[in-house]
Design a protein around this ligand. Structure first.
Ligand SMILES: CCCCC/C=C/C(=O)SCCNC(=O)CCNC(=O)[C@H](O)C(C)(C)COP(=O)(O)OP(=O)(O)OC[C@H]1O[C@@H](n2cnc3c(N)ncnc32)[C@H](O)[C@@H]1OP(=O)(O)O
Length: 393
């Protein structure tokens, strides 16, 4: 795993797994023979955890961390980390939530959990779709070309195609390449049941050396560069919305030429819930597309639209039944890709050029406002809450 995604994974692993795996289980007060057995089981479980074939996910790792601390040190006895220290605060919350659970009970729970994980990693669930298992996390973006269409596919189905920092960079590179390639049409779509769940909220957990301010500054630059690519994209750009869309994956739709959606799709911009503010030029495009009060209901109050509602309000071009979505949409796009490419480009240019300057100004302003928002208590609390699994949209 490379780049930011790699750093992030290391950050979570070092946060949640280093203690249970690498710190020797010292300091346990071993009493009678029954407790010695428990101590031995616990040590075995600590070793067994290293052999797991699959990452158990952050929620489980957090549980393991808390139980390990409780089993080895007893009830949480360290000061609560500051609000900006997301990872340590989340870990502290998990440990503290165990209250006065005895060390023995914590050891037992830890052993039970590891043994459950070991059993399930040996016999994979027969219901799990084979395709999910084949998809390595590092292939988070897949770009293919054929039949006159370049397709940029978000490919993190297990995370609902949430956008990592690396993916923003990869999408920018893919759009730049697609703007110069042979295909007359470019498509953005997703793998699995979601189109995209928006910004990966764990992007905010790996603080750079410059602290939260540097994190906010660099994220604002990345956001501006990312959205600029959609503003400037010179060819027909089509979104094939294969499922629910959240956050930035909804706002950028206002910059696409055509948006096709399955009837399973929903469109959700929960910026206020997250202590954030609109991006992707949506503060300008949404009121223009759907009128100011419908836009306000989405952007201020986070109203989630069905595909039909989004179509009625002009954000979506056409909705298809999920059962025939892929077949109908790709057949139509293949036919469109045979139209004269220069005529399509020039028509797009006439439409877009009138707006370009305005869109760039809006993008710059939205990115600056978000830079401030990301440092606000409202935003920090919302992200910490999602990361500690206290809230979901
Ligand atoms: C630098 C540019 C910044 C641009 C600014 C952009 C802003 C935005 O995009 S704001 C929107 C941010 N997105 C969210 O707040 C969505 C958060 N996710 C959810 O609320 C839910 O996951 C869901 C409603 C999208 C799906 O719920 P459900 O069907 O119950 O599935 P799970 O929650 O179990 O999700 C499976 C798996 O995926 C992880 N995940 C999903 N979305 C995100 C995300 N946005 N960020 C990080 N991780 C996400 C989720 O945590 C689960 O992971 P595991 O627990 O490890 O299995």
């Amino acid at each position: 795993m490379a780049g930011f995604a790699g750093r992030l994974a290391r950050c979570w692993y070092s946060g949640f797994l280093r203690s249970p795996l690498q710190v020797p289980a010292l300091g346990l007060h071993v009493g009678g023979p029954a407790m010695q057995t428990s101590q031995k089981d616990f040590n075995n479980a600590v070793s067994q955890l290293k052999l797991l074939k699959e990452d158990p996910g952050n929620e489980v790792k957090l549980k393991l961390y808390a139980l390990y601390k409780q089993a080895t040190e007893g009830p949480c006895n360290v000061p609560k980390p500051g609000m900006l220290d997301f990872i340590n605060k989340t870990k502290w919350d998990a440990w503290n939530a165990l209250g006065s659970l005895s060390k023995e009970a914590a050891r037992q729970n830890y052993v039970d959990l590891v043994s459950k994980l070991s059993a399930s990693s040996e016999s994979p669930s027969p219901e799990a779709p084979a395709a999910d298992k084949k998809q390595p996390e590092s292939d988070s973006l897949v770009v293919t070309s054929g039949d006159g269409i370049t397709t940029i596919r978000l490919n993190r189905p297990t995370k609902k195609n949430a956008l990592t920092t690396q993916m923003y960079h990869d999408i920018i590179a893919a759009l730049q390449a697609a703007s110069k390639d042979e295909s007359p049409i470019t498509v953005l779509t997703g793998s699995g049941d979601y189109f995209c769940s928006g910004n990966d909220l764990t992007n905010f957990t790996s603080l750079p050396a410059g602290g939260p301010e540097e994190m906010a500054r660099s994220s604002a630059v990345l956001l501006r560069d990312f959205v600029n690519c959609f503003i400037d994209f010179p060819k027909p750009l089509v979104a094939v919305v294969n499922g629910p869309a959240v956050g930035i994956s909804v706002t950028i739709l206002g910059l696409f030429d055509v948006v096709y959606a399955t009837d399973r799709a929903t469109f959700h911009t929960p910026f206020s819930h997250l202590g954030q503010s609109p991006e992707g030029c949506s503060s300008y495009t949404f009121p223009k597309i759907m009128g100011s009060s419908k836009a306000a209901e989405m952007l201020l109050f986070g109203k989630k639209l069905t595909a039909q509602e989004a179509c009625a309000q002009g954000l979506v071009t056409e909705v298809f039944p999920d059962s025939t979505f892929q077949k109908e949409v790709w057949a139509r796009l293949k036919a469109y890709s045979k139209l004269p490419p220069n005529a399509m480009r020039i028509s797009k240019q006439i439409i877009r050029d009138r707006e370009k300057e305005k869109l760039h100004a809006v993008n710059a302003e939205e990115s600056n406002v978000l830079r401030e928002r990301w440092l606000s208590d409202e935003c920090m609390n919302a992200i910490a809450s999602f990361l500690s699994r206290k809230s979901k949209l």
